[in-house]
Write a protein that binds this ligand. Sequence first.
Ligand code: EPU
Length: 425
Amino acid sequence: MPGVERLRIQGGARLVGEVTVTGAKNSVLKLMAAALLARGRTVLHDVPDILDVRYMGELLERLGCGVESRGGTLVIDVPDEVDYAADYTLVRRLRASIIVLGPLLARCRRAQVALPGGDSIGSRGLGMHVAGLAKMGADIRVEHGYVIAEAPGGLRGNEILLDFPSVGATENLLLAATLAEGTTIIDNAAREPEIVDIAEMLSRMGAKIGGIGTSTLEIEGPASLSPVEHTVVPDRVVAGTWAIGATVTGGDVRLRNARADHLSIVLEKLTKAGADVETTHDGFAVRMDRRPRAVDIVTLPYPGFPTDLQPMMVTLAAVSEGTSMVTENLFDGRFRFVQELARLGADVETDGHHAVVRGRPTLSGAPVEATDIRAGAALVLAGLVAEGETVVSGVHHIDRGYPDMAGVLRGLGAHVEREPDDFAK
Ligand code: EPU
């Protein structure tokens, strides 16, 4: 079981070298769900080797699909009939599995998906997914821990105005709308690069989608969809993590297969902190040769500052010159990890969705616990700059979203070992 391992990090190394970024976790999981919409073989390239992809693959297999992974390529074979139920044993491991709700409902005219529940980063509401599908004619209710949706006559397009540009609700409704009768308009839609990637794959499958990349999506259904081959958009959160890693360690990292245009606000903040950012033909490079200056950040839906990079920016702020104000607007629990960062000596005071981080010249190594993917990445970056040894347990959280983090770090010159966690419960 991968859960009982930890990372042992010797602080003090600068990250120097190159990293080739693979496809985005938060796109590929949805592209895998999108495959359910069409019978036949969907082929995805540049698929990251991470636990969440394995979990979503197992979910698709339980629904009756064939799933085969060859290197960075994933082949999903969708049969004529798929099962319509995803139970709690699968959903509890992968909250993103709620994304099969829309495609299953659209294809099978009914779906039953276990409620994911909250986790260490927050409460994870689903109200907009449910309200949107109901507006498209589904009879939808929550019973015995399941979202149960039925649309015996098929879904019908409608105008849906989201209260907030939710990534998951936009995706679920977009996927469902491709097979709905008539026009669906999703207003106040999220427009993250991963949503653009999904919409582009759906278009190539035969869906008619207008407004891709804007906050109003217009879907003309029902489309007759056929499976395609698609390369997943590069992971901007992984690229951003290494960009912040270069900045916080005074390093020099070149990111290949990375999209600087998907990280505009992040790279602007790193430049303000003192880093030198240069775009290259296949990505960008980040160099730093001074102590970082404090910068303030406010997380917001894209193109605002991504919540998934907020924890790593708190690490950066913890060793910057000056005081940073960090405001988290997406997840109510995303500051929980600062208690772990405090064990390394960080001076962070939180009040609701604000954190005041007073930079210190250095941190000091200690054992800490990763509580989610991004908290784990933030603690690893902190361990790289801390004096002495930091041991980060709960590595399985990091494995959910970062392919071979220890190997990548060693390739960049850091002293990081993966080892069994003798104290794991
Ligand atoms: N929300 C509601 N009701 C809804 C939908 C969302 O209250 O119907 C709330 C959520 O509870 C949350 C906030 O709105 O507090 C944002 O939720 P959103 O739907 O935008 O996010 P998500 O689809 O649950 C995805 C990513 C997250 C990423 C967010 C924001 C995946 C699998 N997850 O989550 O990624 O932080 O968008 O960009 O795509 C991660 O990779 O570590 C991660 C958490």
